[in-house]
Ligand binder design. Structure first.
Ligand code: GLU
Length: 508
């Protein structure tokens, strides 16, 4: 039997989750579901100085909103818990000790001043490789250079130390990446990374590898910014004796600015006026709140579909895939190598599609609630009719009100340009005669309404095209919108006549 697929989304709780992180989570989720495996949320909080209150809860809520909930997490628990790295320190210590005992790691006591002096010296010498590692470690204060008795004394006296990886010489490290193919790196360019910090917490690299191993992660799916770290991770697997159980790697292409060059940033999002977070993020450090896709009116289905195709392709021209369908067809082989340009218009397009797919009952109920909240009365039938009328024209739910408020609020003013161009005494006379002809029965039949308008216009020697813009102006105050006869049907004969009279009184 093939091994159960286990993947993880491993964010650091350092702030709001950017949309790129959401895509990483989504791809992990899709892959796990596609393979009947498990999707794990692991909180990587070993950098205590960067930890932000509320960030973990935020991540959990954002994933829930998108409908991509983990099978195992700090909240849900699971077979590989705990799922917060700060609660797993004993595990890391155990493997640090293993590496120390095997001579793959060493204690380093260098003070910040000594480290700075080393760096300055290397700079002055214009050394080819300027780092704490193979070429420099023997000139530093560590357990490789100090007598063992002194090392023991330093440890005993509580002198601050870190544990560093002893990178072996002359090795070629090979990352076998599903997306990138084979990436080879010489060990000589890797520095002796700190594995355990002076505060007793492991660094990202050690904790990440240890946890992926202990949690039996089969595939590491993460952003391309982690590709440079992958050779080091491969080395750690080797030195820990886990090379035969190494996960497969898949590094996802970058999300690019709308212009197509460079990595997408929050600044770009602000500049173009689109959100970068899935849901609103309140930053306790600044007190600021940044709205997310949810607050901008995006449906989670639309965000999911949009992100799914931002770095992956189904191999066909098809673009609309709801989550269950994505689960069916997703695979790592179709992840694109090239960066994906972030086109917010595409996200809007998806929103339109998913908004139209919402059940009419639900949209009607929601719209009725909004109308009431704006302080107007409305029957269910009327709300339903307006929803149906506007459905093909809206991108966000809020557009129902934005485009349909004239049904409840009399035009306070009339589009001036339109009035200048299309309003006149003759048009007013036609509309006045039209108003007199309106009855409840007639407006209920949009063909009959149109016929009546045509007749009165004709009697005054005008065509429909001459009077329609004026009629729209009178009823809505504006120059564009849905079918006029439908508008009249919803407004009713009396209200239509009133609005025509009011427009005549104002515009003539
Ligand atoms: N904690 C890392 C992050 O914040 C995880 C990277 C990885 O998936 O290995 O993105």
């Amino acid at each position: 039997m093939a091994k159960e697929v286990r993947v993880r989304f491993a964010p650091s709780p350092t702030g709001g989750l950017h949309i790129g992180g959401v895509r990483t989570a989504l791809y992990n989720y899709l892959f796990a579901r596609n393979r009947g495996g498990k999707f794990i949320l692991r909180i990587e909080d070993t950098d205590q100085s960067r930890k932000v209150d509320g960030a973990e809860e935020y991540i959990v809520e954002a994933l829930a909103w998108l409908g991509i909930e983990p099978d195992e997490s700090p909240q849900k628990g699971g077979v590989s818990g705990p799922y917060r790295q700060s609660e797993r320190l004993a595990h890391y210590r155990q493997y640090i000790d293993q590496l120390l005992a095997a001579g793959h790691a060493y204690y380093a006591f260098d003070t910040p001043q000594e480290l700075t002096a080393m760096r300055e010296k290397l700079q002055q010498e214009k050394a080819a490789i300027q780092q704490y590692g193979i070429s420099t470690r023997m000139g530093m204060r560590n357990s490789l250079t100090l007598p063992q008795a002194e090392v023991e004394a330093l440890l005993k006296s509580g002198t601050p130390y870190v544990v560093r990886l002893k990178v072996p010489e002359g090795q070629t490290l090979v990352v076998d990446d599903v997306v990138r193919g084979q990436v080879k790196v010489e060990s000589a360019i890797i520095d002796d990374k700190v594995l355990l910090k002076a505060d007793g917490y492991p660094t990202y690299h050690l904790a990440n590898v240890v946890d992926d191993h202990l949690m039996q992660i089969t595939h590491v799916i993460r952003g391309e910014e982690w590709l440079p770290s992958a050779p080091l991770h491969v080395l750690l697997y080797q030195l820990l004796g886990w090379q035969n159980e190494m996960p497969r790697f898949a590094h996802l292409p970058l999300l690019l600015k709308p212009e197509g060059t460079g990595k997408l940033s929050k600044r770009d999002a602000d500049k173009h006026g689109f959100p970068i977070f899935p849901i609103a993020w309140h930053d306790p450090r600044t007190g600021n709140t940044a709205d997310g896709f949810r607050e901008h009116g995006y449906l989670p289905e639309a965000v999911v579909n949009f992100l799914a195709l931002l770095g992956w392709n189904p191999g066909t021209e098809e673009e609309v895939f709801a989550l269950p369908r994505l689960v069916e067809i997703f695979d790592l082989q179709r992840i694109n190598k090239a960066g994906a340009k972030f086109d917010i218009e595409k996200a809007k397009w998806y929103n339109q599609i998913y908004l139209r797919q919402q059940p009419a009952d639900q949209l009607t109920r929601q719209f009725l609630a909004e109308i009431k909240q704006k302080g107007h009365a409305c029957s269910e039938a009327k709300a339903r009719a307006i929803v149906a009328l506007l459905l093909e024209r809206v991108t966000f739910f809020a557009d129902f009100w934005n485009q349909g408020q004239f049904f409840f609020v009399l035009p306070a003013e009339y589009d001036r340009q339109m009035a200048r161009k299309k309003w006149g005494r003759e048009v007013a006379r036609v509309l006045s005669a039209f108003a007199r002809k309106l009855t409840g029965e007639r407006v209920a039949d949009t063909d009959a309404t149109k016929q009546a308008l045509w007749e009165v216009a004709n009697e005054h020697g005008l065509g429909l095209g001459k009077v329609m813009p004026g009629l729209r102006l009178a009823l809505t105050g504006g120059s564009g919108g849905p079918d006029l006869m439908q508008i009249i049907k919803i407004l009713g004969a009396e209200e239509t006549a009133n609005r025509i009279q009011k427009a005549i009184a104002t515009l003539n």
